[in-house]
Design a binder for this molecule. Sequence first.
Ligand code: TYC
Length: 116
Amino acid sequence: MKDDFSLRMMAGQSGRDDDGGTGVVLKTRPKTKKPSLYRVLLLNDDYTPMEFVVHVLERFFNKRMEEATEIMLHVHHHGVGECGVFTYEIAETKVTQVMDFARKHQHPLQCVMEKK
Ligand code: TYC
């Protein structure tokens, strides 16, 4: 197993003068790459009660009643709406939690995720 120092050297992250000899020292930094983000969306349907959707937004997306109601009405009128933006694993967990909760209450509510 390579140690952190060896891995940094192999990745060109020595922190030494790297500019090819002009005398200007530009330090290289270990790369920290931002995770991809995913929107979690609710889809409209004709049967799920509005109050249930508001409750889902409060319970799983930490929305206050006012914002939850706005999002629910947006979905009701436009067919789809954003509940939040998360990293892959969190988004996947939210989708599973909402789908399990809707199924348990026998509502056809659909929740999906899409890459930003
Ligand atoms: N259209 C539903 C109704 O009239 C309400 C609803 C809103 C359902 C948002 C799903 O994601 C949804 N009862």
